[in-house]
Ligand binder design. Structure first.
Ligand code: ZN
Length: 136
C-alpha cells in the first residue's frame, strides 16, 4: 500500500552549492549524505515535515543522473512514495499495466529498498517506490 510521499528527488548540477541553498531554504541541516557508487550518484537528505528532500548530484557523467543533467536542466527529478510491501505494490502496479524499470527492488540511499517506474507510465513523472530495507 502506498503510505505517503517519502521524498522528492531534485537533480542538481552543483551538490555543494545546492546543499547550502536548501539548508537556508528549509532552515535545517542535512541529516545524511550518502554516495550510491553503483548508481553514480551522491545524495544529500533533508527532513521536511514527514517527508524529505533528496538532492542528487552525479559522481560521473555517464551515470543515470549525469546523463539526465546533460540533457535537462536541474530540478525535480522524481517523486518517491513510501510503501509497506514493495513486492506486493510492484506486482499490483505491473498487473495494472505500469512499467517498472527493474523486475526486482534494489538497495537505494537512506536505508531504503527501491524501484523506479518509467515516466511514461505516470504522465511524465519518474516515480520511485521505496520501502524500509528490513521489510524485504
Ligand atoms: Zn529518491
Amino acid at each position: 500500500m502506498i503510505k505517503k510521499i517519502e521524498h522528492i528527488g531534485i537533480a542538481v548540477n552543483d551538490l555543494e552549492e545546492a546543499t547550502k541553498t536548501y539548508q537556508v531554504l528549509l532552515n535545517v541541516s542535512p541529516y545524511k549524505t550518502e554516495t550510491v557508487k553503483r548508481e553514480g550518484v551522491k545524495t544529500v537528505f533533508f527532513e521536511c515535515g514527514e517527508s524529505k528532500i533528496e538532492l542528487l548530484g552525479a559522481t560521473r557523467a555517464d551515470s543515470p543522473i549525469g546523463k539526465y543533467l546533460s540533457k535537462q536542466k536541474e530540478g525535480i527529478h522524481h517523486i518517491a512514495f513510501f510503501v509497506d510491501d514493495i513486492l506486493a505494490e510492484m506486482h499490483r502496479l505491473q498487473s495494472e499495466g505500469f512499467q517498472l524499470l527493474s523486475d526486482e527492488p534494489k538497495p537505494g540511499a537512506d536505508g531504503k529498498t527501491i524501484v523506479f517506474m518509467h515516466p511514461k507510465s505516470s504522465h511524465g513523472v519518474l516515480v520511485e517506490l521505496c520501502a524500509d530495507e528490513n521489510e524485504i
